[in-house]
Design a protein around this ligand. Structure first.
Ligand code: ATP
Length: 245
């Protein structure tokens, strides 16, 4: 990994492709967030280009997950703004933010967070059904994503009947099936051994690349951060460094 630059740049604009400098896909400007007296974000600027892969790194408690949740519309910021394709999304109603999360965003979490009562196939189909697809379309799309990720044999198994690495692949299929423009991944390899973690990141990045989705990954693992096109280091709720691959 190239060393983090000590002096933060005002924004990421200079790292983005020319077409993204004018309008990045996802932008956070001056983001602040407090939990009571605890300042989790103290003024973060971050821009993510189309199909870009950005890793958010930094010590435990520095604000990485909070930043991910604010960018993804899970948490509203206290200050600053979040724009998707130039449109403010931080001031939307909870209902509109929820619709946005189902349509434009996909999520991969550390422990998969699959619904244990549903089969792997139904887990992948679920976001499509929630986004309004017919059952037949949702099941067919889910089947094709499971096949694509080498999971055809697991369609009828429940999450408790597959390995951790397989469960993360199912979670990746679920995150991508509705072809979102941004995938948010929070410690996607945190529960996996090193080898399975690297395989899982490859599956995630290849799948995102095939649909043109941007990926924002929070990770403690330098080997995972290394796979991103750009790394942003968060310390004490502020951007402490940025580095390109
Ligand atoms: N729901 C909450 N209520 C109160 N404080 C919180 C809450 N969530 C996070 N915090 C605090 O906000 C700060 C940032 O937390 P956050 O989870 O964003 O950090 P992180 O960098 O993702 O940490 P980790 O790497 O350990 O997951 C921490 O001091 C944390 O204790």
């Amino acid at each position: 990994m190239s060393p983090m630059t000590a002096a933060p740049r005002p924004a990421d604009q200079d790292r983005l492709a020319p077409e993204d400098r004018a309008s990045p896909l996802l932008t956070g400007n001056g983001l602040t967030k407090r939990y009571g007296e605890q300042h989790a974000l103290s003024g973060v600027d971050l821009a993510v280009g189309r199909a870009e892969v950005v890793a958010i790194v930094g010590p435990s408690g520095s604000g990485k997950t909070t930043l991910l949740h604010v960018l993804a519309g899970i948490l509203p910021p206290d200050g600053g703004e979040v724009l998707l394709d130039g449109q403010r999304i931080d001031r939307l109603s909870e209902r509109r933010r929820s619709e946005l999360r189902r349509g434009a965003f996909g999520f991969v979490f550390q422990a998969g967070m699959l619904v244990s009562e549903l089969t792997c196939l139904e887990n992948v189909a679920l976001p499509l059904l929630l986004a309004g697809s017919s059952r037949a379309t949702a099941m067919a799309t889910a089947e094709s994503w499971l096949d694509r990720l080498g999971l055809a044999g697991l369609r009828q198994r429940r999450p408790g009947e597959v390995s951790g690495g397989q469960a993360q692949r199912v979670a990746i299929a679920r995150a991508l099936a509705h072809e979102p423009s941004v995938i948010f991944a929070d410690e996607p390899t945190g529960a996996l051994d090193t080898h399975t973690g690297q395989e899982t990141i490859s599956v995630l990045l290849d799948a995102a690349n095939s649909t043109g989705a941007a990926v924002v990954i929070v990770t403690h693992d330098p080997a995972v951060a290394e796979r991103a096109g750009r790394r942003v280091e968060i310390r004490d709720g502020l951007v402490a460094g940025r580095s390109a691959a």
